[in-house]
Design a binder for this molecule. Sequence first.
Ligand code: ZN
Length: 418
Amino acid sequence: MRKSTIWIWIMFWILAWGCTRTLPVSISSLQQISTNSNVQRTDLAHLCGDDASYAPDTSHLDHTPIKYLRVNVHFMNSSDSTKNYSGERAKRFAQRMIAEATKGLENNTKMWLPINNETPALPTRYRYQLSASQGFEPDSGVYCHYDDDLYWFVSRGKNRNNYSRNVIQKYGIGLDSIINLFIVPHHPDSVISETYSVTSAGIALGSAVKISGVFETRKDPWAFKGIINHEIGHVLGLRHTWNGNDGCDDTPRNINCWNNTQPPPCDTAASNNLMDYNANQSAWTPCQIGKIHKAMSREGSLPRKMLVKNWCTYDSGKTITIRDSVSWQGAKDLEGDLVIVTGGVLEVHCRVSIPPGGKIIVESGGKLILHDARLHNSCGQFWNGIILHQDKRSPGEVIYYGDAKIENVASSPEPISE
Ligand SMILES: [Zn+2]
């Protein structure tokens, strides 16, 4: 074949291929999207407020990115430095204590109650991160304070100060964005009283937590993982389960036994839930995890303010790929792109934040359905909109129903490339 003939053939195939391919379109507003489809409208917007909508989907764990709570630790001490850990010892103790509490978050255990329950032990999908305040980055996030007037803790009697916020107001650091843990020793006068028990006790006050009995009991940092997870559970909006309505059906009321020990009824009636008072405090139910993630997803909430804002930084390694039929009935804060591939159908019912510079890609044969959904960037920045592939044989589809919104798309998103 002559050279010129080969070139004609090459040009022919390039043109023929080009005619069957359609360039993807960039969608930055609702006006560019169809509302006509055979898809049945399912109005589930009310589910955005349900705890169950926020429990991690174990088939798609990456759809619930792990949230990191910023925490710091303050050791309150007397001016002679005899009542608490200090210096490097305090730092090491705090680091191990936070690491042990984090291990508890990583190892959710099966509920003991009700007996013979089938409640799944879902991954909690949140962790702690020892953090310095903005502007104080060289800090370790561990602080020692020496103050004879404020270092002590009394949980009952006329000098009771467990509910006092004085120590928090004076020594708190970054209270608007960090959970401040105060390690406060029992008052020496209490310790010498025979009727006062020097045990570990805690109390959550806003974004701060006071924990007593750490130094005096000389226990290993491991011993405080339950109390830390319990008190931070309160900061995140959880209530006690044994004695009242905590808003969850999977956390039965109980008689609050410390452990499964003789005599009856505590031989079998103990709970291991983190929001009871017990020796384990190691079990989170799906409802409790859902409550926590719902609170973390609620814009402006206190738990959300305590988080490392990983959704405000685009991470190419955090792409979520939809390959089957998925329905998002709770709000999401994505940390990378969202890609819906051939055969994938994603129905969105609530708020979804796409990171700055991130995008949604609907490939040929993929489908994105927005039911009263709000796509936006929750950091006051811009994302790059929806890229819809339109192969003629199997075009990608984007459809909306009801009060859907597309907000914060950059006015000149990145150019589309195949
Ligand atoms: Zn409590």
